[in-house]
Design a protein around this ligand. Structure first.
Ligand code: AMP
Ligand code: GLY
Length: 427
């Protein structure tokens, strides 16, 4: 089968890498891809937001399955666009239609969905510019810190956590006043949950689901989880505090009710669901849903899947996921994200990246790189995810850090403490 993977980051490189290991005869295409995917697949210079270009690619290359990496094309309806086109009949999409992607695309929808299905989440209210005074009254009833979330997609920047009441009111006004454009025309205000975060992932064909390995990512730029939020500076899987008892609670209270809830609401969801969770003294709460896999979580989840990943995707396409199995490796996988100096604020691009050929003990998943006349150069904030596996987290981390030290480019930065908070936690 010819498969088209949409996206250009470390997540899409990891998906391509995993599918390239399938024992099935697959031919892989990535749009637009990066120099990492170019080594495993055919890169097609089409942006995932260019639906007409995606359509042409599907037809020109006889694509039978499209795997959608990022959220934006899902929220914009790429699955609807492909599935509703008679000329593309028979093409399967791994990724929900717009009606399912709204779990990520609207925080207000997600909160309402959880409320309807009794799924544990922080208590909340949703407000607009017309109801600012109600929002202020609602906030007065909460204990600080105050959690403000733009309703729509805001590239990971739409959540503010503020200790000071007056500052929270000012920020709320700025959000409703258009700081995040239409994404902020509604704001969810919610109770602050105190605990430790992790993420769970499932793939579903809309009927049944398979749970993928869980992961913890490190979102802040600075060591000790300080400084600005980023797309993710590293990740670890498995998560030491995710005991079998905790994961059973996640499945019983969150995963199964979510998949059942989607069915009950007539949302035919075929794709990945990413559950951002808070472990509050052993009880899981949903912080957010995403309608896709995480980045850099994918770079540690897929290396832990020992069974054929295509088998799961085929289970979604054929709607017989119930008959498919997934086998995890007991090893730990970690990834360290190597980023451009200045990220997540402004940074320069185009610096030559050296030393990648010396890395033998880790897998390099390209994120923000491009090939400049055969020379590998930086082209984004997150440049390369350096993934290793090992019998313990410490062993995997030692491998990844040794590999990171082989790689070099001007201004290169990375967190030296990935996994720092997990070292003394054992199941
Ligand atoms: P989100 O984009 O919804 O994942 O939120 C970004 C980050 O804000 C999360 O990863 C959490 O660290 C934090 N966060 C979001 N909601 C809450 C909450 N209700 N309580 C505590 N932290 C939160
Ligand atoms: N690493 C977080 C995300 O993919 O949303």
């Amino acid at each position: 089968m010819n498969i088209l993977i949409l996206g250009s980051g470390g997540r899409e490189h990891a998906i391509t890498w995993k599918l390239a290991q399938s024992t099935r005869p697959l031919k892989l295409f990535v749009a637009p891809g990066n120099p990492g995917t170019a080594a495993l697949a055919v890169n097609i210079p089409v942006d995932p937001g260019d639906f007409e270009g995606v359509r042409r690619t599907i037809i020109d290359h006889g694509i039978g399955m499209v795997v959608v990496g990022p959220e934006a094309p899902l929220a914009d309806g790429i699955a609807d666009y492909i599935e509703d086109d008679p000329a593309l009949s028979g093409v399967s999409v791994i990724g929900p239609r717009r009606a399912g992607a709204i779990l990520e695309g609207s925080k207000d929808f997600a909160k309402g969905f959880m409320k309807r299905h009794g799924i544990p989440t922080a208590s909340y209210g949703t407000f607009t510019a017309e109801t600012i005074s109600d929002a202020v009254t609602f906030m007065k009833g909460l204990k600080p810190p105050y959690v403000l979330k733009a309703d729509g997609l805001a590239a990971g920047k739409g959540v503010l956590i503020l200790n000071d009441f007056d500052e929270a009111v000012d920020e709320l006004k700025a959000m409703l006043g258009g700081r995040f454009g239409a994404a902020g025309s509604r704001v969810v205000i919610e109770e602050y949950l105190r605990g430790i975060e992790m993420s769970a992932f499932v793939i579903t064909d809309g009927r049944s689901y398979r749970i993928l390995p869980e992961a913890k990512d490190y979102k802040r730029i600075g060591e000790g989880d300080t400084g600005k939020n980023t797309g993710g500076m590293g990740a670890v899987s498995p998560v030491p505090f995710a005991s079998p008892e905790f994961l059973t609670r996640v499945e019983d209270r969150i995963i199964r009710p979510t998949v059942e809830g989607l069915k009950e609401e007539g949302i035919d969801y075929r794709g990945f669901i990413f559950f951002g969770l808070m472990n509050v003294e052993g009880d899981p709460f949903v912080i957010e849903y995403n309608a896709r896999l995480g980045d850099p979580e994918t770079e540690v989840i897929l290396p832990r899947i020992e069974s054929d990943f295509f088998d799961l995707l085929e289970g979604v396409a054929n709607r017989d996921l119930e008959s498919r199995t997934v086998v995890f490796s007991p090893e730990t996988a970690v990834t360290i994200m190597v980023v451009s100096g200045g990220y997540p604020d402004t940074y320069a691009k185009g610096f030559p990246v050296t030393g990648t050929e010396r890395v033998k003990e880790s897998t390099l998943f390209h994120a923000g790189t491009r090939s400049d006349n055969g020379l590998l150069v930086t082209s984004g904030g997150r440049v390369i995810a350096v993934t290793s596996t090992g019998g313990s987290m410490e062993e995997a981390l030692a491998r990844s850090y040794a590999s990171v030290r082989e790689v070099s480019f001007s201004g290169m930065n990375y967190r030296k403490d990935i996994g720092f908070d997990l070292k003394n936690i054992r199941q």
